[in-house]
Design a binder for this molecule. Structure first.
Ligand code: OOG
Ligand code: NI
Length: 419
């Protein structure tokens, strides 16, 4: 008996990422430009720098994307976890953006592959935020009940799609002839809905926070950005500006230095207003516009140990008021991978400074900055105490999925021999 051809997890993940990318390019034209320019920057950089592939092959980096989505409840986050498990993407890390310098009422995790071979094949990751309705500094008991009721009534994913996802996750593969339909349904779940939006509900939530309206003011979720990776983000920034696309005025994260690139540098452009429909109290539908989707690009460096991360946080705190970033940086970090490895500031496979381990995660300060740079209005300043009980353990328990500790993953990888 011959078995049908099967597609394994990473092949499904590769198709999922590519499918989302095609959908997004069709809807956000500047994204197409970003991908094109990113590809050129990467090819040019790799041609000029012999060690360019130390932090990932050109093939990996060129296909590499991260997306971002936002959901309204633990049940919705659990559904996302089930869907992404079919693509070998599991929750890693806990980010509490309520404690960012400019707070956002969400707690987040990132779904991604964790095995080194899986990452090398396709590292697709999705930053996933959940609205913090239990935090009474944003949601009084009445509003909280109404938001939770609204969220509980909507259905982000077809239950049959989730059943299929759980089955594929358990099998670790899917029949090739079913794969297209499964991936297309998964991609489609993240398209921007064109359904009319209840205007008074959306406006009420907007007064609490633009993020609350974006998440709980509508009946679906959507990919709000899809981020390509570049090997030289300063060059990308200049080329995009020359193409007439206005980027935000900074590159977030560590400054450009001559030493080893660390963690993550990101920049973004604001989305154009997109047409939408609003339904008024009297039932009439009028056209309006919303800025909900934007563009972002990133460069990745070596993953820092907890000790390196402390140094990073100290350097960043100093940099806020500094006009010579390279000097401040040099006071906190050595100039070579050999010294980084010797001082145990960053992770290297087998401790070999020629084998840096790339940072696969996110930075809370940049994440909050990315949210913030794309909001029309500010979140109301939150006063009072936080008795919501949100933390990594709570989140894992309530969605019924283990949330991996990124440091434990890097530590384990650093024990492996260099490839
Ligand atoms: C997520 C923002 C976080 C990043 O790259 O830091 C993020 C969002 O806007 O929903 O994607
Ligand atoms: Ni992002």
């Amino acid at each position: 008996m011959s078995r049908a051809k099967r597609l394994v997890t990473w092949q499904l993940r590769e198709r999922f990422a590519a499918g989302l990318s095609a959908m997004y390019a069709g809807e956000v034209p500047a994204y197409g430009t970003l991908v094109e320019v990113s590809g050129q920057v990467n090819a040019d950089y790799a041609a000029r720098h012999p060690g360019a592939e130390r932090l990932g092959s050109l093939a990996r980096v060129t296909a590499e994307r991260h997306g971002a989505i936002r959901v309204g409840s633990p049940a919705e986050l659990a559904a996302v976890a089930d869907l992404f498990s079919a693509f070998g993407m599991v929750p890693v890390g806990y980010y509490d953006l309520r404690s960012a310098r400019s707070p956002i009422p969400v707690v987040s995790t990132a779904f991604r592959p964790i095995d080194a071979n899986e990452l090398a094949r396709n590292p697709f990751r999705v930053f996933t935020s959940m609205l913090a309705t239990r935090d009474r500094r944003y949601f009084d008991p009445d509003l909280r009940t109404r938001v939770e009721t609204f969220i509980a009534r909507r259905e982000l994913f077809d239950p049959a799609l989730l059943d299929r996802a759980r089955f594929i996750a358990a099998e670790g593969a899917c029949d090739a002839e079913e794969a297209d339909a499964f991936v297309a349904a998964a991609v489609g779940a993240f398209a921007l809905s064109r359904e009319p939006i209840n205007k008074s509900w959306y406006d009420e939530l907007s007064r609490v926070s633009a993020v609350a309206a974006d998440i709980a003011g509508v009946c679906s979720t959507h990919i709000n950005h899809l981020t390509p990776r570049v090997l030289d983000i300063d060059e990308l920034y200049q080329r995009m500006t020359k193409r007439g696309i206005t980027m935000i005025d900074t590159i977030q994260g560590p400054p450009r230095t001559d030493g080893p690139a660390v963690l993550l540098r990101q920049t973004s452009f604001r989305a154009l207003a997109e047409p939408c429909l609003f339904r008024g109290r009297d039932g009439t539908v009028n056209s309006g516009s919303l800025r909900v989707r934007f563009g972002e690009v990133e460069a990745r460096g070596v993953a820092l140990t907890p000790r390196g991360r402390e140094r990073y946080d100290a350097a960043m705190a100093r940099l806020v008021a500094e006009d010579d970033p390279a000097r401040v940086w040099g006071e906190h970090f050595p100039a070579t991978d050999a010294e980084m490895a010797a001082q145990r500031l960053a992770y290297y496979r087998g401790g070999d400074p020629a084998a840096p381990i790339v940072y696969e995660d996110f930075l809370p300060a940049s994440a909050a900055g990315i949210f913030r740079s794309n909001l029309d209005r500010d979140t109301r300043a939150a006063g009072g105490i936080d008795d919501s009980g949100y933390d990594a353990g709570w989140l894992a328990g309530t969605i019924g999925h283990h949330i991996h500790d990124p440091y434990a993953l890097y530590e384990a990888l650093s024990q492996e021999a260099p490839k």
